[in-house]
Design a protein around this ligand. Sequence first.
Ligand code: ATP
Length: 199
Amino acid sequence: MMRVGLTGGIGSGKSTVANALRQLGVPVYDSDRRARDLMEGEDGLRAAITELLGPGAYEGKTLNRPFIASRVFDDPSMLEALNALVHPVVRADFESWAEGQSAPYVVQEAAVLFENGGYRGLDRMVLVTAPEDERIRRVMLRDGVSREAVRSRMRNQWGDAKKIPLADFVIRNTELQQTLRDTRKVHRELLQLAGNALN
Ligand code: ATP
């Protein structure tokens, strides 16, 4: 089965495109959400994270997200160390999930598939882009956070100029109806590629 990555910086509209693909019947794996579940539910991972960040990382078995954010978002080496713990677990979880699906192709949605090298294990990459000021506006509105909070999360992500050359498909998400049309077009092309891969 073909494995497709769906990525894009914060507020670009990945989840919007992911939901459109789900409506077209494509199985989509939400890496960021699964990562959070695994960080809470996998005992070994929880222990390793506690060792890295300190006991403040959890309240019982529940992630203390503000604490974790305060420790990693302005400390690239700490973020890298955390990612090195979490990514292999998510990767393995995605693989076992993918094996359980029956569809021409499946999608792994994640914010940092290029940055963390995850794209190398995938057959095709779809990148969602939008102008940076628009992305900041969307996330401030969606999450009720400050401009500075969005910017600090953006600093840990690559700019679009670095990602576009690595992507097989780029969906520029400015006008929603156009994005939905572009998503359907990408879906048709992926179905075709998946069909050819079978022959
Ligand atoms: P994150 O990485 O933070 O999860 P994301 O890339 O998944 O972000 P979305 O959650 O899909 O982005 O979109 C961010 C916000 O912008 C959402 O509230 C969404 O409804 C809104 N949005 C998405 N696309 C558009 C658009 N074309 N026009 C206006 N608002 C949009």
